[in-house]
Design a protein around this ligand. Structure first.
Ligand SMILES: *Cc1c(COP(=O)(O)O)cnc(C)c1O
Length: 363
C-alpha cells in the first residue's frame, strides 16, 4: 500500500480576482463560499491511495448509483486555519484531526489515510489559497476534509471498493453570529443521537442526518440547540448539537466521559489539558439532568458551556425540557467560560504562548 503520495498541482485559471475575494471576505458568513481550489485523492481496493491532486474547485460528476448516496458511507472532519498577529498562517492540532479521521474511517469500514498525507493535503490547500485566510479578528478559513464511497452499484453486503478523500475550504466569520451570547437548550427525550455500539464517536454525516429532526423540535420549543441524552434512560447528558459540554462548579470542570456515544472533540480535549494552567480542576464523568437542575438551584453549578471548532465556546444560559425548565447561573456568560475562550482563541491567533505545541505553521 502507498506510503508516500505526491500531489499534482493544477491551478485554477479562473480564480477569482482580488476584488471579488475581498467582497466575500468582508462578510463571509459560515460555509457559504469556497476558495478557488480543492484537494482530491482516490483509493482503490488492492491499490491503495492514488492520484493525489490539488485542482480547481468544481462540482463533482457522480453516477446516481454511487454508494454514498444510498448507504451514507461518508465521514468528515472540521478544523480552521488562522492568520496570526505576526501575519503567518497556522492550523490548530491538525494531527489530532488526522487521528480522529482514521478512527471514524475504521468504524465506517473505510480506508485510513496516512496522517502525514492528511496534514500535507491541508497545508497544500491553505498555502495555495492563502489569500482567502481572513485578516479580520476572529475570522478564519474553515477546512472541511471528507471521504465518500464512490463505487457504483446498489449491493449492500460489502463496503465500497473505491473511495475519494477531498478537502474544501471556506472563509468563516464567527459561527454563532451572536458571539458570546448564551444559548437556550432543549432536552431531547424523544430522540437519541447515538447508542452503544453505534457511530456516536465517528464524525459521519449520518449522525447529523438523524439529528436534524431533534434540532427542528428544539427550535419549535423556542430553543437554540438540542441537548442529547443517553439512549437508555434519557437522563445522562452527552452533547449539545455538534458540540461537547462542560459544567463548571466554581473551580471544578466536569465534562461527560467518552463512552463511545460521544464525539471526542479536539476543543474538549484542549480544554481538559488547559484547565490546570488556568487554576481549574478538570474531570471526565457523568451528570444527569436532575443533577444539572439541582446544581443550578443550589448555586453549586455556576456555568455551563459548549465547545467545538466552529464556535470555540458557547455559554448555555437556560434549559428547557418537556416537564421542566431552569436558568444556569444568572443566564449570562460566566467568567470561567470567558477565560477559557480567551485562552483558546489567544493560542490560535498567536496572542498567547503555545505551551502545548498545538499550533501547526502552514506558511
Ligand atoms: C465535530 C463535533 C464536535 C466538536 O469537535 P471539535 O473537534 O472540538 O470541533 C462535537 N460533537 C459533535 C457531534 C461533532 O460532530
Amino acid at each position: 500500500m502507498t506510503t508516500h503520495l505526491s500531489f499534482d498541482v493544477h491551478l485554477n485559471e479562473r480564480a477569482r480576482s482580488a476584488a471579488e475575494r475581498e467582497q466575500v471576505l468582508a462578510s463571509p458568513g459560515f460555509g457559504q463560499t469556497f476558495t478557488d481550489h480543492m484537494i482530491a485523492v482516490d483509493w482503490t481496493e488492492g491499490r491503495g491511495w492514488h492520484d493525489a491532486r490539488l485542482e480547481p474547485y468544481a462540482p463533482l460528476v457522480l453516477d446516481p448509483a454511487t454508494a454514498v448516496f444510498h448507504y451514507a458511507q461518508e465521514l468528515f472532519e472540521g478544523l480552521k486555519a488562522y492568520r496570526q498577529t505576526n501575519g503567518s498562517i497556522v492550523s490548530f492540532r491538525p494531527h489530532a484531526n488526522a487521528a480522529r479521521f482514521n478512527q471514524s474511517a475504521a468504524r465506517m469500514a473505510m480506508p485510513e489515510l496516512p496522517e502525514d498525507v492528511f496534514v500535507e493535503s491541508l497545508d497544500l490547500l491553505v498555502r495555495t489559497d492563502r489569500d482567502w485566510v481572513p485578516t479580520t479578528e476572529g475570522h478564519s478559513l474553515y477546512l472541511r476534509p471528507f471521504m465518500i464511497a464512490t463505487q457504483v452499484g446498489l449491493g449492500v453486503n460489502h463496503p465500497s471498493g473505491t473511495y475519494r478523500y477531498m478537502v474544501i475550504a471556506s472563509p468563516a466569520a464567527s459561527y454563532f453570529t451572536s458571539g458570546l451570547k448564551p444559548v437556550t437548550v432543549w432536552l431531547s427525550t424523544e430522540y437519541t443521537r447515538a447508542a452503544p455500539g453505534g457511530t456516536g464517536f465517528a464524525k459521519c454525516g449520518g449522525n447529523y442526518a438523524a439529528a436534524f429532526v431533534a434540532q427542528r423540535q428544539a427550535v419549535e420549543q423556542g430553543c437554540d440547540q438540542v441537548v442529547w441524552l443517553d439512549a437508555f434512560e434519557h437522563r445522562w447528558v452527552e452533547e449539545m448539537g455538534g458540540m461537547n459540554l462542560f459544567f463548571v462548579f466554581g473551580d471544578r470542570l466536569l465534562t461527560p466521559a467518552l463512552t463511545g456515544t460521544l464525539l471526542p472533540g479536539i476543543t474538549r480535549d484542549s480544554i481538559l489539558s488547559l484547565a490546570e494552567e488556568l487554576g481549574l480542576r478538570a474531570e471526565e464523568g457523568k451528570i444527569s439532568i436532575e443533577e444539572w437542575q439541582a446544581g443550578c438551584e443550589t448555586g453549586e453549578l455556576t456555568e455551563v458551556f459548549a465547545c467545538g471548532t466552529a464556535a470555540v465556546v458557547t455559554p448555555v444560559g437556560a434549559v428547557k425540557g418537556s416537564d421542566r425548565e431552569w436558568v444556569v447561573g444568572d443566564g449570562g456568560t460566566g467568567p470561567v467560560t470567558r477565560r477559557i475562550r480567551e485562552e483558546l482563541v489567544g493560542i490560535q491567533y498567536g496572542a498567547r504562548p503555545d505551551t502545548h505545541n498545538w499550533v501547526h505553521k502552514v506558511c
